[in-house]
Design a protein around this ligand. Structure first.
Ligand code: SAH
Length: 227
């Protein structure tokens, strides 16, 4: 069921990301506090309908998380927007994302950064995301099946790191792979409770932590999934 569910697929009857839906989608994002023009433009360019499959595809433009298989979810668009905005991605940045999931967040990052590495522990998800990135011509994304808690020491250090699964603490290896001047955004807290989104900024002097909103993410789990 991977083939044929890509661009335009699954939404049924040519619904797609039409201009009116786009306008409503962007209006809602702005209302939720996503005001950065680069972030809004990137989100306008990426059709969330392509990343949501089956009968949930009809709800792709609503502001809610949706199931994507392997027991995981595609995040709520307003949260994606606010996290991306907090990450403050610059055009020359190399970004690491932990938790590829559907690939939606990585696709948005690919329009904002020079290069994106995205990792997931579920091979099914990385495989499907890679097919979609190829279809969309997003050639600056590298997808890998790994335990993301260890980051990618060979490719780092990174300008920006975005973790889209909740950890009890920001993982040490990820902090180490953040450049001086770099930013990491990570949900922190127990998986079944409300977590806090934390923005970590690395300076010469060390790490600065800023808590900026309550969120609810699936947990960051150790090891590669056996599917
Ligand atoms: N960013 C995604 C949503 C992420 S859901 C999107 O845009 O759709 C969280 C993802 O984190 C899940 O796909 C889950 O498999 C992944 N995950 C959890 N623990 C992980 C780990 N240790 N390493 C890599 N990925 C992990």
């Amino acid at each position: 069921m991977t083939e044929g569910t890509g661009a335009g697929g699954g939404t049924g009857g040519g619904k797609g990301f039409n201009p009116e839906q786009k306008m409503q989608f962007l209006f809602h994002l702005r209302q939720k506090g996503v005001i950065n023009t680069r972030v809004l433009t990137a989100m306008e360019r990426v059709d969330r309908g392509i990343f949501v499959r089956g009968h949930f595809a009809a709800r792709a433009y609503e502001d809610m998380p949706l199931p994507i298989g392997s027991g995981q979810t595609i995040s709520q668009p307003s949260i994606v927007g606010l996290m991306t905005q907090a990450l403050d991605v610059q055009p020359r940045d190399t970004v690491l994302e932990i938790g590829t999931g559907s690939g939606y967040q990585a696709a948005i990052l690919s329009h904002l950064a020079r290069r994106v590495y995205t990792i997931d522990r579920h091979r099914n998800l990385t495989r499907e995301a890679e097919i979609v990135f190829t279809k969309l011509g997003l050639v600056n994304i590298t997808v890998l099946t790994r335990d993301g808690s260890f980051g990618l020491p060979d490719q780092g250090p990174f300008d920006r790191i975005l973790v889209t699964a909740a950890a009890e603490d920001p993982p040490g290896p990820l902090l180490q792979q953040l450049k001086v001047g770099g930013v990491m955004v990570v949900p922190v807290g127990q998986s079944d409770t409300v977590q806090s989104l934390i923005k970590v900024t690395r300076s010469e002097a060390g790490f600065d932590y800023e808590e900026f909103m309550p969120v609810r993410f699936v947990p960051l789990i150790e090891g590669i999934a056996r599917e």
